[in-house]
Write a protein that binds this ligand. Structure first.
Ligand code: GLC
Length: 432
């Protein structure tokens, strides 16, 4: 019974007011993990789901910013930790919690809507939502005010860690434009996980270099927009923002006296969807792509992020069909599980290395609901069945090899085991 095991994992990773993504490897609270984890808890322990979200929001900065990691404890099994990030450099950072000075995909808006969908006590959950929804709204306001320098409706990320897809081959070309020094530091991740499945030392140099620049300017948004060598409009990040905008509109409509906020959200939404469809689509590839704002060009690669606009209802039905054709053709061969995180037909595809090829269950979860929304039920079902089958075969890992034939010999997944969002979202898929 994998459902029972999933519940055990979430309860084990629960720390009393938040949940770690994975014991040892990720010992703090991560923003988008938290959201996915809350969806899992909502199916069997709504109090924990609520607490998970309110703890994360408690670490929100005065300017609405929600950080990517909240350092609740002094664990030294992680690099780079609180002392490296120094969130206190920013004048509006939380005084209560140490955190990073970067963010992650804004999932909390749609997560609140998921809690509402799953809850059997709508009155109770709405009462909870009422206490937190303005904070989530403020975090969207932060993005539109500070991360959209040309007022296009698309927000940028300034670090690959903000994307959630840390070492995607998408970033390789950008790193080549940077003259990152070689730093001396002790990594902790490779003490937990085989180095072949993690980013390289050189990649870490780049990650630290971007951070150094941001820190040098006290995480000032304007300075970062001006100076960061990494400035990207990411289709995954912006899809999630758009999906969350929509959820906030729907939830505010269930509450009273929020017309002004609803109007503002609708305004953002219209502009965001329009620009997204113009600027982040590539006709030739038949897919959505990333836009490198620093070098003013599209990054012409297909990744699993290319299909997440389906989850947010961004493409027309016609364009959704084009996406599905691309998905089937490049990612959907009978010899593969869905959905590889990077184009399996590209030479940079690596089926064992983190975001350079392996399957991640949070992306599959978004694809499942996105495909269903557009009526691609058979393909949606395949994504769901593949996700469950992988977990049944090898366990609740962080990521999985998309090649079917390796499982003749392979009994393990990749990265951390007993990984919280894998557990949480499998519960949701099983119960759906
Ligand atoms: C890795 C993932 C990121 C996730 C974090 C914690 O850094 O790339 O998306 O949030 O682990 O699980």
């Amino acid at each position: 019974m994998i459902r029972k095991k999933a519940i055990e994992i979430l309860n084990e990773n629960w720390q009393g007011n938040f949940t770690i993504p994975c014991d040892g490897l990720y010992p703090f609270q991560w923003k988008w993990d938290s959201g996915f984890i809350a969806i899992g808890f909502a199916h069997f322990d709504m109090d924990k789901a609520k607490k998970e979200i309110s703890t994360l929001l408690d670490a929100q900065w005065e300017n609405g910013f929600i950080p990517h990691i909240v350092f609740h404890n002094e664990s030294d099994t992680y690099f780079p930790g609180a002392d490296y990030h120094q969130s206190n450099l920013h004048p509006k950072a939380s005084k209560k919690y140490k955190s990073t000075g970067m963010t992650q995909p804004p999932v909390i808006g749609f997560v609140l809507k998921e809690l509402y969908r799953i809850s059997k006590d709508k009155k109770d959950i709405l009462q909870f939502i009422e206490t937190v929804i303005d904070k989530v709204y403020d975090s969207h306001n932060y993005f539109y005010e500070n991360r959209d320098p040309y007022n296009e409706g698309l927000v940028y990320i300034y670090h690959n860690w903000e994307s959630g897809t840390d070492n995607s081959p998408m970033w390789d070309g950008i790193f080549k434009t940077m003259d990152s020094p070689e730093y001396n530091f002790e990594r902790r991740d490779t003490a937990h996980v085989d180095a072949a499945q993690r980013p390289s030392k050189r990649e870490y140099d780049h990650y630290l270099y971007i951070l150094e620049i941001a820190k040098e300017h006290n995480y000032d948004d304007q300075k970062i927009a001006e100076l960061s060598p990494f400035l990207v409009q990411d289709p995954l990040f912006n899809s999630i923002l758009i999906k969350s905008n929509q959820s906030l509109i729907e939830l505010y409509n269930l509450l009273v006296n929020n017309q002004e906020k609803i109007n503002q959200l609708k305004e953002w939404q219209a502009k965001s969807i329009e620009t997204f469809n113009i600027k982040l689509f590539d006709e030739e590839l038949g897919a959505y792509v990333h836009y490198d704002l620093r070098h003013d060009k599209q990054l012409k690669y297909i990744s699993s992020s290319s299909f997440t606009p389906l989850f947010a209802g961004i493409p027309s039905q016609e364009r959704a069909q084009i996406l599905v054709n691309t998905l089937n053709e490049k990612f959907g061969g009978k010899d593969k599980y869905l959905c590889a995180s990077f184009d399996p037909t590209d030479e940079q595809f690596n089926p064992v290395k983190y975001w350079r090829g392996p399957i991640w269950i949070n992306i599959n979860w978004m694809l499942y609901y996105g495909l269903k929304k557009y009526g691609f039920n058979e393909l949606a079902l395949r994504v769901k069945k593949d996700s469950i089958e992988l977990v049944e075969k090898v366990g609740f890992y962080e990521y999985f090899d998309p090649r079917k034939d390796v499982y003749k010999n392979r009994t393990l997944g990749y990265g951390g085991n007993n990984f919280s969002w894998t557990a949480a979202l499998i519960i949701d898929l099983l119960d759906e």
